[in-house]
Design a protein around this ligand. Sequence first.
Ligand code: CA
Length: 221
Amino acid sequence: MRILLIEDEKELLLDLSRGLHLKGYAVDQAETGPAGYQMAIDEEYDLVVLDLNLPEMSGLEVLSRLKQEKPALPVLILSANHQLETKLSGFELGASDYLTKPFHFEELDARIRVLLNRKFIQQTHLLQHGRISLDTFRRAAAVDGNPLPLTAKELAILEYFLLHEERLISQQEIVEHVWNGDSDPFSNSIRVHLSALRKKLKAALGYDPIRTKIGEGYIFS
Ligand code: CA
């Protein structure tokens, strides 16, 4: 899952970015309203975390413009402004959630999970496919109920496959949703993570559930 953070407090931005990265998300950062808006339009994000008091363009303005272009993109407002009027404006403009600063990182993480699960119309935080299960809250995978030790990246790739079973997924799509904008989509690192994941799945299942369609992408079944 790929998240865009739009926040001008550098220290908070870095802390959030680090924290979410450890939770297995691909995270990109923007420090001004216009930069954040442009990135959200140009790139494929699963969720945007948006500050309101931003330089050059206010968060509410970013939200309003963004919602005209991408109405389905979930936006979570993270702001020190706890006035009811501001919160209501945020929701009216299409925000999915509003968390006031100061906040606990674990609460932000939980709210992000809820929004992402809602986005994919998940009824539960447990993704299951045959013998494989993935707990999106605990960030843990299992085969036949036995823990399958995966790195954060491998887990993120598996999560994306489980949310899109039986569908052809290109390498580019995996890059867009699992990696952040700094990654080179043609680097070997994607293949390395994917191949490590496939090896682990094959060892646990006795077969590789990911099929390669040469020149097109991958199908999980
Ligand atoms: Ca701010």
